[in-house]
Write a protein that binds this ligand. Structure first.
Ligand SMILES: [Zn+2]
Length: 254
């Protein structure tokens, strides 16, 4: 039997039977895969301690399978992220990254870029401070990166219709065109979403790598809500992500 080897992350772990797990993994070359990890619940299992969604892993599995579920062979650790494992708030954010990949699954041909985005996001989170606004900026950066490699990167600098500078404290944003509107274009085109000026500047700084200005928690939430809605709009419908509500609870915002 030909075996394939690939690196990736576990996105979901579902108990199955007395002793096994069904796993959803996102891999670099094969995209989303479903594995059966036989006997993995037993303490003596060779997979014991390795089937943790935070870890970067290497999987060995049958290269071809008649079923959608492949039997998982060897698993080895590529990289541990103790800074995330030991911080419940960081772990909550990492779960959002996973759920986004699970719910807005990219095509197999683009999987390497998404795998690398997730790996970079985990690495950034591992060494990041646990300060709330820093973590909120990490989520927005991940969502912007996701939109970028999906081919619908938004911009926050100039009017999307005429190219003029933006003005006013409440800036209209055209979801379908991926950009904001200036005051005069706004009259001709009804906007679907309004963002306060400081949120627009915040998102622009995160996207362009500029110095990220401080924003309040509500503004960072609004940015997150906007990006999730934008991602949903461009991928055939917004999905409700449970991990987002859980993360807000962990942050004490629920
Ligand atoms: Zn304009």
């Amino acid at each position: 039997m030909a075996l394939a080897k690939d690196t990736g992350f576990l996105l979901r772990k579902i108990p199955y039977s007395e002793s096994s797990f069904i796993l959803k993994a996102f891999t670099r070359e094969h995209g989303l895969l479903t594995f059966m990890a036989k006997g993995a619940k037993q303490p003596k299992s060779r997979h014991h301690g390795l089937l943790d969604p935070v870890l970067h892993l290497q999987f060995l599995f049958p290269a071809f399978s008649r079923s959608d579920i492949r039997i998982l062979g060897e698993v080895s650790l590529m990289r541990d992220f103790p800074g995330i494992r030991e911080d419940i708030v960081k772990q909550g954010l990492s779960c959002i990254f996973s759920e986004i990949l699970l719910r807005y699954t990219p095509s197999e041909s683009d999987s390497s870029q998404f795998h690398d985005l997730l790996l970079a996001a985990q690495e950034g989170l591992e060494s990041s401070s646990s300060e709330r606004t820093v973590l909120q900026a990490k989520l927005s950066a991940f969502l912007l990166g996701y939109c970028d490699i999906s081919g619908f990167q938004p911009q926050f600098q100039n009017c999307v219709r005429c190219g003029s500078a933006l003005s006013g404290s409440n800036i209209p944003f055209l979801m379908d065109r991926g950009g904001p509107l200036c005051a005069s274009c706004q009259r001709a085109e009804p906007a679907t979403f309004f963002l306060r000026e400081n949120i627009v500047r915040w998102l622009d700084a995160i996207q362009t790598g500029g110095e990220v200005p401080a924003v309040g928690r509500t503004d960072a939430w609004r940015a997150e809500e906007f990006l999730l809605s934008y991602l949903g709009r461009h991928t055939g419908g917004e999905k409700n992500l449970k991990s987002v509500a859980v993360w807000h609870e962990l942050l004490g915002d629920a």
